[in-house]
Design a protein around this ligand. Structure first.
Ligand SMILES: NC(=O)c1ccc[n+]([C@@H]2O[C@H](COP(=O)([O-])OP(=O)(O)OC[C@H]3O[C@@H](n4cnc5c(N)ncnc54)[C@H](OP(=O)(O)O)[C@@H]3O)[C@@H](O)[C@H]2O)c1
Length: 345
């Protein structure tokens, strides 16, 4: 049995409500682009929506005094986001897994952040290693009395199956369990930030292909398929947003988003055929990261109720076909599974 718990029509949208609002027909054009997928997820998406919804009328965010934690900042979308956030006055706590890359980019970003009145702190952690995530949470909590924004951006599509130090399949460990544990351990710091605190997770449009099935989430070695493992993990991230809405503290917002198709080292490595085929229409990393940066800085009331899935500054449906709605009780099972696998239960 399926429970269509999410409305087919997205909830609150992000149409700018100042400086004149969207152009006439903007929502209609936007809906048709999204229905056809490629015009929406390619570089055409942000190019058109920027004008349709007058993105340039929105002031650049200032985040003075805010603490923003961002994972996966050493490449692609995370790096593009970190560069933009370095100009906002925020304290950026940037998390990477490769010490050399972390040190090299931190130096560049620190200089930018200081010029804008902010600062950069770094930590090293592989998000698939739950012991490393526990140590990371302690480090972040020791460094900041509050965390305003926690961004789970780190991720990769790996074609071969590997396991984490705890013996968990790496894709689900890095995308689902590591972020779940980090969020849980940082909840007191997020609550300390007060109204406006938020947790943002970079999911993927690939999740539209999968339905949540907790029993199939951690793929075994037999018939392992990295693309499917990735899409299932990304689906789980989105479904967990609803559980966070139920279980999380009231003052903290939880949302997922996807970047469309962006030209990043992650796509070159994880989907080389797709990259060759779609190269000219892919978004730049900056275009792919635009909505993430916008969601970090925007007034929280514009995001609406927790559990949203966003693309190009608008809330989107979580299901493009009816059969991906989760079976009754499956989200609750996912929540219990995450708690059990991370040792929190
Ligand atoms: N690009 C797209 O079109 C697209 C589409 C849908 C979703 N996404 C999602 O967007 C996010 C960013 O991807 P991207 O395209 O920017 O890829 P990318 O260029 O490969 O960047 C991924 C970042 O995540 C880090 N990372 C990966 N696995 C990690 C782990 N286990 N622990 C800690 N850090 C880890 C990488 O670190 P290293 O630098 O050390 O490798 C890198 O900083 C991912 O979650 C991805 O699934 C991207």
């Amino acid at each position: 049995m399926t429970t269509p718990t999410t409305p087919a029509t997205p909830g609150p949208t992000s149409a700018p409500d100042e400086e004149g609002g969207p152009l006439p027909l903007a929502p209609t054009i936007d809906r048709f682009m999204e229905l056809a997928v490629a015009p929406s997820w390619s570089r055409l998406g942000p190019a058109l929506r920027r004008h349709l919804f007058r993105w340039d009328d929105e002031p650049a965010p200032r985040l003075d005094g805010k603490v923003v934690v961002l994972t996966g900042f050493t490449s692609g979308l995370g790096l593009a986001a970190a560069k933009q956030l370095a100009g906002t006055g925020a304290t950026l706590h940037l998390v990477g897994r490769n010490p050399e890359k972390v040190a090299a980019w931190a130096e560049v970003l620190q200089a930018d952040a200081q010029r804008a009145g902010g600062s950069v702190v770094t930590s090293i952690a592989d998000l698939s290693d739950l012991d490393a995530v526990r140590a990371l949470a302690e480090e972040i909590a020791a460094a900041h009395p509050k965390v305003d924004v926690l961004v789970h951006n780190a991720g990769a599509l790996s074609r071969s199956r590997t396991t984490s130090p705890q013996g968990i399949e790496t894709t689900v460990a890095a995308h689902v369990l590591g972020p779940f544990l980090l969020t849980t351990l940082l909840l007191p710091r997020l609550e300390a930030a007060g109204k406006g605190a938020r947790v943002l997770t970079m999911s993927s449009g690939g999740m539209y292909a999968e339905r949540l099935s907790v029993d199939d989430l951690e793929m075994g070695p037999d018939g392992y398929n990295g693309t499917i493992a990735y899409a299932r993990a990304k689906r789980a991230q989105v479904e967990l947003g609803h559980e966070w809405r139920r279980h999380g503290p009231e003052g903290v917002a939880f949302h997922c988003l996807h970047p469309g198709w962006a030209d990043t080292p992650g796509v070159v490595e994880g989907l080389p055929g797709f990259h060759r085929l779609t190269g000219p229409i892919l978004r730049t990393p900056e275009e792919g990261a635009d909505t993430l940066v916008w969601m970090v800085g925007v007034d929280v009331h514009r995001l609406g109720a927790s559990g949203g899935f966003w693309l190009d500054r608008r809330r989107r449906t979580e299901h493009k076909v009816p059969w991906t709605h989760p079976p009754a009780g499956e989200r609750e099972r996912l929540w219990a599974w995450c708690r059990q696998r991370t040792g929190l239960a």
